[in-house]
Design a protein around this ligand. Structure first.
Ligand SMILES: C[S@@+](CC[C@H](N)C(=O)[O-])C[C@H]1O[C@@H](n2cnc3c(N)ncnc32)[C@H](O)[C@@H]1O
Length: 398
């Protein structure tokens, strides 16, 4: 596709300009904005107006762009499914660093040749692959990223669970958490004693978090200088993928990780395999209620707060604040709602995801800062990362 899936996605707010201190002017401006928008919508709703717009050469491209945007919204789930299927067949790895014919791909992907051709044509239309000749396929840019990033491929693969949960979205959006598959997958959002969970409950999500950390860690390390700290505690650090990345980048940094007991066991193994056993301390417990080590000068919460509802987030942050020495820096890093295209795309996706998970939400920077302040943290500030689709950073002090 020549236009990204975000094109036409701009949410143009009709909020009136700020007229602080003059409520009459504010109300008048708002009334005008609403009347303008209603008039505009009436024109766009009219087939005669749309016909005229598509006949005039100067406005035709706008009309087509808007129509394409609406069609893309209507059919986007088919795009996702084609992506999912290409991923499942192993297409991206097979085309990594080489060009192959349809027949070669059909054999390697175990697909009938005519169906392979059909799938490749759709993948070409979605800019996942491209042709180097009449029957010679190569990766397009998005395909090359997918071939290189196993974490992204695993994220796409685990969407089979999300598709099933989204089968009927009405109860997800209207009602309290139900027994969805994602709720089972992210086992710690169920039950009051996540610290009792066995390895079998944490293994699938922990592996996914480990695999999907590479791109995120690159983004966070490029966006925040962790070299200024002497000791870092990664709260809810999973199997230690972020800790390993930050430790490798900053060899003098002392490393600590805190997670549920079953995950902490896995972290010890992975950090040992990475040669970081001597440099790191791993703590097991429940970060809602148990003591958290307070001797690091930086605590990171990477993809942690978004998983939990506000009350639980307040408990996590209040417990943490109670253990930390004054001046300790807390770095919250996760996808946050915001004005950039990446942040808007992430917010739509994660809002649906967390509904299916029955816990958590994608918050704005202001909401995260409020929660930090409520828990006693101060001097919070927001840092833009190299990729707001992946994460935004909020930093505060204990
Ligand atoms: C979404 S994962 C993020 C993992 C890691 N920070 C990353 O970004 O890859 C959330 C992590 O929080 C941990 N966690 C959830 N509830 C917890 C609790 N009550 N106490 C300690 N850790 C918890 C999970 O085991 C999991 O490793």
């Amino acid at each position: 596709m020549s236009e990204g899936s975000g094109s036409g996605f701009k949410a143009r707010s009709i909020a009136a300009p700020v007229t602080a201190g003059d409520p009459v002017a504010a109300t008048t401006m708002q009334g005008l904005a609403v009347r303008w928008r209603l008039w505009r919508s009436r024109q766009i709703a009219s087939p005669a107006f749309r016909n005229l717009m598509s006949r005039l050469p100067l406005t035709r491209w706008i009309a087509n762009r808007k129509a394409n945007h609406l069609f893309r919204l209507t059919t986007g789930f088919v795009h996702s499914q084609i992506l999912w299927l290409c991923n499942e067949t192993g297409l991206f790895q097979m085309l990594s660093d080489k060009a192959l014919t349809t027949a070669e791909l059909a054999v390697q992907c175990d697909f009938p040749q005519d169906r392979m051709q059909l799938l490749l044509e759709q993948a070409e239309r979605l800019d996942l692959v491209c042709r180097a000749g009449p029957d010679l396929w190569m990766l397009a840019d998005a395909g090359a990223v997918l071939a290189a990033d196993r974490g992204l491929r695993e994220m796409i693969r685990h969407h089979d669970i999300l598709y099933r949960d989204l089968g009927d979205p009405r109860p997800l959006w209207r009602e309290a958490a139900s027994e969805t598959e994602l709720r089972h997958y992210w086992a710690y959002v169920r039950g009051n004693r996540p610290e009792d969970m066995p390895d079998v409950s944490v293994a699938p999500y922990s592996a996914l978090m480990r695999e999907s950390q590479a791109m995120l860690a690159d983004c966070l390390l490029a966006s925040h200088d962790f070299g200024r700290y002497t000791s870092l505690l990664d709260l809810g650090g999973g199997e230690g993928a972020f800790l390993r990345a930050v430790g490798e980048r900053h060899p003098a940094l002392k490393l600590q990780l805190f997670d549920l007991p079953a995950v902490a066991d896995r972290a010890r193994q992975h950090l040992a395999l990475s040669g970081l056993a001597d440099r790191s301390r791993v703590h097991a417990g429940n970060f809602v209620a148990d003591p958290v080590p307070g001797d690091a000068d930086c605590v990171t919460l990477v993809r942690i707060l978004c998983d939990h509802d506000d009350d639980r987030v307040r408990q996590i942050l209040t417990n943490l604040r109670g253990q930390l020495a004054p001046g300790t820096t807390v770095v919250v890093a996760e996808a946050m709602a915001g004005p950039t295209e990446g942040a808007r795309l992430a917010a739509v996706y994660f809002s649906a995801y967390f509904r299916a998970m029955g816990s958590g939400r994608c918050r704005s920077v202001a909401e995260i800062r409020d929660l930090l302040h409520d828990a006693g943290f101060r001097n919070s500030r927001h840092e833009i990362t190299t990729n707001p689709l992946l994460a935004t950073i909020v930093v505060a002090e204990a």
